[in-house]
Structure formats: structure tokens, C-alpha cells
Design a protein around this ligand. Structure first.
Ligand SMILES: [Zn+2]
Ligand SMILES: [Zn+2]
Length: 240
């Protein structure tokens, strides 16, 4: 056996510590079965459009769409989220985003891919990770949305495009702003060049809260001639 292959076999068979409890796990993922089972996977009782929890299940023939989406449909077709934004996912996302834990992107991204695969009717032409402004990208050194996109792109066989979508100005971090300032903060923040004439795009991001950033990027992409935008996020946070 070549040195490379023996290293690979050794790697595959070696127990790795679970990122949450430290228990040894042989799974390809660095998460033990018990911790995986405890993850806050998105409730089945979520709006099929915006992925927020449905508090009332009526007999409406319109299916499981929340009142907010019925009254004022968002610009995207559908938001798919792997998790509710609860612990320990919140910790993993924050560590990925602010503390350089890039390994968490492959863990979370591969779980996202597995949970999305049955929920996607028609694959998009391309995945567009929500871009960071170049100043923040320089500070952080990576874009967590792109890192989450990689395992998804691989599993679904959809390419990632990071060259035709830009954040034009350095916006404040949305979660630090009061809700009424978030829309203003991201207005006109993006550009998208649909040079390759895509018709279906999936936006990938780590967390979706009020949706102002995602809505703004969706509108920008739709203005370029794309006909359908889906949103794939790791976690959906409640509005308040
Ligand atoms: Zn564990
Ligand atoms: Zn909804």
C-alpha cells in the first residue's frame, strides 16, 4: 500500500473527537451519534416559504405557508434551513464566523447538503454564497458562506459562483443593528452580473434572521434576469 493510501486508511479508521462532547467517533463527521441526534434540526412545523415556525396550523388549503408570506411574499421562492438557530448550532456558527473554526464549515455544510437534498425540486444553475465586502473578507480571511457552500456544491453537483456577485460597500453587521435600521443598512449593497445567463440561483448563507440581507441580494439577482432565487441557510433565527 502506498504511503498516501495508508495515511488515508489510517485517517478514515482513526477515531476523531466529537467537536461538541469530545467523545471519540469513527464517523466521517467530527460529531458523535448522540450529539448529532440532539441537534436542533428545523421543525417540520415551519413555513414552506420562509422557514419560520408556524404557530397556528389551520385547515387552509394553501398549505403550510405563514400569514406573513401569504400577505407579503418574499422575493425568493423558498428558504430551506437545516436548523433552528439554537445551541449548539449557534455556537458552531459563531465559532466558524468569528473565531476561524473553518472545520465547522465542512461539518455544518455536509449536514446542510444531506438535509436539503430531499427538499429541492429543481436544482439551481449555480450557488451564490452571500458575499462579504472586500474589507471584511481581508480582515476575516475567508467567507463563511462560501465555506458552507463547498460541501453542498460537491454533494449536489452544482457549481459555486463567487466572481459575479459583490458587496459594494462595507455594511454594519446586521445582528448589531436595531431591527428598523437593518433594511437601510443593506439597501443597494450588492451587485450581480448575470453574464452567464443563469435562470435559477441558490443563495447560501450561515444564518437568516430578519431576511433584509437575503431579500436585498435576491432582488439584485432577480433584476439581472434570473427568474428564480432559492435561499439555503444553515440556521433560521426567530425574528425577535
Ligand atoms: Zn458528541
Ligand atoms: Zn413564511
Amino acid at each position: 500500500m502506498s504511503n498516501r493510501w495508508s495515511k488515508l486508511v489510517h485517517y478514515m479508521l482513526s477515531p476523531v473527537p466529537c467537536v461538541l462532547c469530545g467523545a471519540k467517533c469513527k464517523a466521517q463527521r467530527s460529531l458523535c451519534g448522540a450529539c448529532f441526534a440532539e441537534l436542533p434540526f428545523l421543525s417540520a412545523n415551519a413555513c414552506q416559504v420562509c422557514a419560520l415556525p408556524l404557530f397556528f396550523q389551520g385547515k387552509s388549503s394553501q398549505g403550510k405557508t405563514c400569514g406573513r408570506c401569504l400577505n407579503s411574499p418574499p422575493p425568493y421562492k423558498k428558504c430551506i434551513a437545516a436548523f433552528d438557530y439554537l445551541e449548539p448550532v449557534a455556537h458552531l456558527v459563531q465559532s466558524l464566523k468569528f473565531h476561524g473554526k473553518l472545520a465547522y464549515a465542512s461539518l455544518l455544510g455536509s449536514i446542510m447538503a444531506d438535509s436539503f437534498v430531499d427538499q429541492i425540486d429543481v436544482l439551481p444553475n449555480v450557488i451564490v454564497p452571500v458575499p462579504l465586502h472586500r474589507t471584511r473578507l481581508r480582515e476575516r480571511g475567508y467567507n463563511q458562506a462560501l465555506e458552507l457552500s463547498r460541501p453542498i456544491a460537491k454533494k449536489l453537483g452544482v457549481p459555486i459562483d463567487i466572481t459575479h456577485c459583490n458587496r459594494l460597500r462595507p455594511t454594519s453587521i446586521q445582528s448589531l443593528l436595531p431591527a428598523d435600521e437593518r433594511h437601510k443598512n443593506v439597501r443597494g449593497a450588492f451587485e450581480f452580473d448575470n453574464e452567464r445567463k443563469f435562470s435559477r440561483v441558490a443563495i447560501v448563507d450561515d444564518v437568516m434572521t430578519t431576511g433584509h440581507t437575503i431579500n436585498e441580494l435576491t432582488k439584485t439577482i432577480l433584476q439581472s434576469g434570473v427568474t428564480e432565487v432559492s435561499v439555503w441557510v444553515c440556521a433560521r433565527a426567530p425574528l425577535h
